[in-house]
Design a protein. Structure first.
Length: 144
């Protein structure tokens, strides 16, 4: 049976309104011990802000922390449906070179899946199950 995103994603997602500041986002990340926050605009996913975004777009450029997250968030954000397969999500992450994807259903944020979640899934089970998973990954990586 193919594993779906819903069974692997984190369901308690920290989000921030696009009008809040980078400092607000950094404090929320620190308080929750996370590396990214989903940005909402009128309740809809508009982007994502990561520690890397803050480092590269604020700290390295000497900009003030009072800038709205909307000004530095990564957007448009790549999202996944919670009923998609984990393999589809992993492929999308690989091709888009991203490590986190919000899971959205009916325009509502319902979770987030990360590369760490996928690695955790792959590390569960017996050696024979791991071999099957590895074989599937390798088959999907072969050029067509």
């Amino acid at each position: 049976m193919t594993e779906i995103v819903r069974n692997v994603m984190k369901k308690n997602v920290i989000s921030i309104d696009s009008s809040m500041t980078v400092q607000d986002a950094a404090k929320m990340m620190d308080d929750a011990s996370i590396g990214a926050i989903v940005v909402l605009e009128k309740g809809v996913v508009a982007g994502i802000i990561t520690e890397r975004d803050i480092t590269r777009r604020i700290v390295a450029k000497g900009k003030p922390y009072t800038i709205n997250v909307k000004e530095i968030m990564s957007a448009p954000v790549v999202v996944v449906n919670p009923d998609d397969s984990v393999w589809e999500a992993a492929q999308l992450m690989k091709t888009r070179k991203i490590h986190r994807m919000p899971a959205v259903q009916n325009n509502v944020l319902v979770g987030i899946i990360t590369t760490s979640d996928i690695v955790r899934l792959c590390s569960i089970g017996s050696d024979s199950e791991m071999r099957k998973i590895t074989e599937q990954i390798l088959l999907r990586m072969k050029p067509k």
